[in-house]
Design a protein around this ligand. Structure first.
Ligand code: HSE
Length: 393
């Protein structure tokens, strides 16, 4: 099978490495005919090409791998490739989260496959297993650590007691972070992955934004305070479904030190589902990085090469966004006394730790708390918050 790879970045080069090494028979049947690079960049390999139309018009190319990232031109190129009856495999969570339905419909109309395992959870076969679970079960909840960069940062801030910026730079050097790491540290990357995963889990086209708060403002002292409470902070994605409603949020969560989530280190991810008969099921692996992510891309290519049955996807349910489904007790760090008034109705108590003030709230919905934290950050831009994870029976 002849394929074209659109994008010469970390993941694109990982795909080249895996296929060119031909370690297993399946990889021997895949030939990379083109590698799309940016116009004007030097062509250092014979497969390099800077004209998308050359690739699209080459009828010997059966499959296009889109690993450019970003919305445009990725959106246009994916649609064009599908309309030219080429299968598309993508790792680009931003464009899929926004246009999943359009891509799926276009693939169905043209009788080709659109697969995107690498878009969520890097090297973990997460979407594959989600589709598998759905063959028998209704999925009530999905959650997880869906960003390698932020997990690496939180893990190393804890282990090395270093500041955020130092560890972020290292995560970038290791190739975990997005080009603009804001998407990682502000939770946008996780929001995109949760939109994709929840759409599959709940059979609904979930495109609406939901409460999202990242780790940009966390500092060493917060981690020391949480450790003193025997808690570990993780940036989590959570989506729940009840009847015809769903709720979702991305935010720092505090787990007991001995919880499974607390043990996830480095760039590893954890993707969890809860289904009717299977109950809780958790998948662990490297969520970012060149070869693990490229591995998921090549798995999709092999599924198409071997004509394995396409995953059954339906985005037809019209679920209502219920802002009360995700809730809990939050700990908010702010030294600005005015901020306490914002939380007045939900104020429970305050603790001092190494000169910082931590306000504990009563139980409050994520939706409402995220509105409060915006108001708090207008007065204290460096404030931080985390929700205490509660084990539900
Ligand atoms: N920047 C992403 C992460 C890459 O750190 O998880 C994988 O999606």
């Amino acid at each position: 099978m002849k394929i074209a790879v659109l994008g010469n970045g970390t993941v694109g080069n990982g795909v080249l490495d895996i296929i060119e090494q031909q370690m297993k028979p399946a990889c021997k049947d895949i030939e990379i005919a083109y590698l799309l690079i940016r116009e004007g960049k030097p062509k250092t390999k014979p497969i390099m090409c800077d004209d998308i139309n050359t690739i699209l018009q080459d009828t010997s190319v059966d499959l296009v791998v889109e690993v450019m990232g970003g919305i445009e031109p990725a959106h246009t190129y994916i649609l064009k490739a599908l309309r030219m009856k080429k299968h598309v495999v993508s790792a680009n969570k931003a464009v899929i989260a926004k246009y999943m339905k359009e891509f799926q419909e276009c693939a169905d109309e043209n009788n080709v496959c659109f697969l995107y395992e690498a878009s969520c959870g890097g090297g973990i076969p997460w979407l594959h297993n989600l589709f598998q679970a759905k063959r028998i079960d209704d999925i009530h909840e999905i959650s997880g650590i869906f960003n390698g960069t932020t997990n690496y940062i939180l893990d190393h801030m804890t282990k090395e007691q270093k500041q955020f910026d130092v560890i972020l730079r290292r995560a970038q050097e290791l190739g975990y972070a997005e080009k603009d790491p804001s998407a990682d540290i502000d939770g946008i990357d996780i929001q995109n992955k949760l939109k994709i995963s929840a759409s599959i889990a709940f059979d609904s086209d979930i495109v609406q934004d939901f409460p999202t708060f990242g780790i940009r403002t966390i500092h060493k002292n917060d981690i020391a305070y949480f450790t003193s409470l025997h808690k570990c902070v993780k940036l989590m994605a959570v989506a729940k479904k009840q009847d015809d409603r769903y709720g979702a949020a991305v935010e720092p969560l505090l787990y007991d030190a001995d919880a499974m989530e607390s043990s996830i280190s480095e760039n590893f991810n954890l993707a969890c589902l809860n289904g009717t008969t299977i109950g809780d099921c958790k998948f662990y692996g490297q969520g970012a990085g060149k070869l693990p992510t490229a591995n998921a891309v090549v798995q999709d290519i092999i599924d198409i090469l071997y004509q394995l049955p396409k995953p059954e996807i339906s985005l037809s349910k019209n679920l209502r966004h219920d802002t009360s489904l995700v809730k809990g007790v939050y700990i908010v760090r702010t030294n600005n006394k005015e901020c306490r008034q914002i939380l007045e109705d939900f104020y429970d108590r305050e603790e001092r730790f190494q000169g910082y003030s931590y306000i504990w709230t009563k139980c409050i919905s994520a939706y409402q708390m995220h509105q409060f934290i915006k108001q708090i950050m207008d007065k204290d831009a460096g404030a931080f918050m985390a929700r205490i994870h509660e084990v539900t029976k």
